[in-house]
Ligand binder design. Sequence first.
Ligand code: MTE
Length: 309
Amino acid sequence: MYRYPRPPSSEITPRPIFEQRRSLMKGLTAATALGGLGLSPALASREIINIIETDYGDALTPTPLEAIRGYSNFYEFGTAKEDPRQHAHQLQTDPWSVSVEGLVDTPKTFAVEDLLSRFQLQERVYRLRCVEAWSMVIPWIGFELRELLKAVQPSAEARFVVFETLHDPEQMPGQNNDLLDWPYREGLRLDEAMHPLTIMAVGLYDQTLPKENGAPIRLVVPWKYGFKSIKSVVRIRLQKEQPTSSWQAIRPEEYGFYANVNPDVKHPRWHQATERRVGESGRRKTLMFNGYESEVAELYKGMDLEKHF
Ligand code: MTE
C-alpha cells in the first residue's frame, strides 16, 4: 500500500474545517443527484459510482475555491492572474479527446467521458508550488496517469512522455502572441509519469475542473513547479528522446526540464527558499520536492539536482 507522508504540524487542518470538508465530500452524492453542484453529466454520474476518498493530503487546508479559480496562470487567456477566470469561458471543452501515441503498442484516442468511466477517480489534496514563489493547496479529483499509460502499453524504447495543450488561437487568444512557441508543451521522464502521485485531474473540490484551471483534463505533478502541470491536454506522446518544454525553449536558464521544487536551487528571478501561500499572510518555508520527498527522492538518486534543475 502506498503511504502518504505526514505533513508538518503547521499544515495540519483545524478539526472543524477538516470535518466540514469531509462532510461536504460525503454530501456530494446526494447533492449531485439533486443537480445542485456544477458537475458535468459525465463527472456527476462518475461521482455517484466511483470517486473514492483517499488519505492523500487529508491534513492539508485547501485554498478556498474562489482563490484557486481567480488567481491562476493560463497564458492562452492572458498573462494577468485574473485573466483566465475572465476569458477561459471561451474554451469549448465538450466534446474533447486526448490522443495517446508514439512509442506505445496500442495508440488510442480517448474521449474524456471514456477516461472518466475507465479509470478510478480519486480525491487527491496536493500542494501546488508555482515557480513564482506562491503556493496553494488544491483538492483535485483525478486518476493516476500510470493507469492511462498502462492501457496503451508503452514499448520498451519509450523513455519520455510529452504533453500538449490544445492549439486553437480562436478559442485561446493568448496564442496569437509569441510569448511561447505554442501549443504549450511539457514533458516528464517515463518513470515520473508512472509515479502514483502523478495524476490527470478532471475536477477540483466538488466540481468539474473549471476552465481557468485547465478543463477538461490537465496534468498534476505535485512535487514539481506548477508550470509542469500542463492544462487542457489534447495529446500525450511517448518517445525516446528527452523533449524540450515550451518554457525551457525560451528561457533555458530559468526553466529546467526537471523543475523539481527545491529550496536550495536558486532561480534568477524568484527566491525559492520560501513561498507565499495564497490566502495567508507571511511566508512559509518551501519544502524539498514540495513536501513529497519521501515518495519521490528515489527517482533522482545519484543525480546532481543543481545541474538537472
Ligand atoms: N498550462 C497551460 N497550457 N498554460 C499555462 O499558462 N501555466 C502553468 C500551469 N499549466 C499554464 C499551464 C503554471 S505557470 C502554473 S503555476 C499552473 O498551471 C497553475 O495552475 P492553476 O491555475 O490551476 O493553479
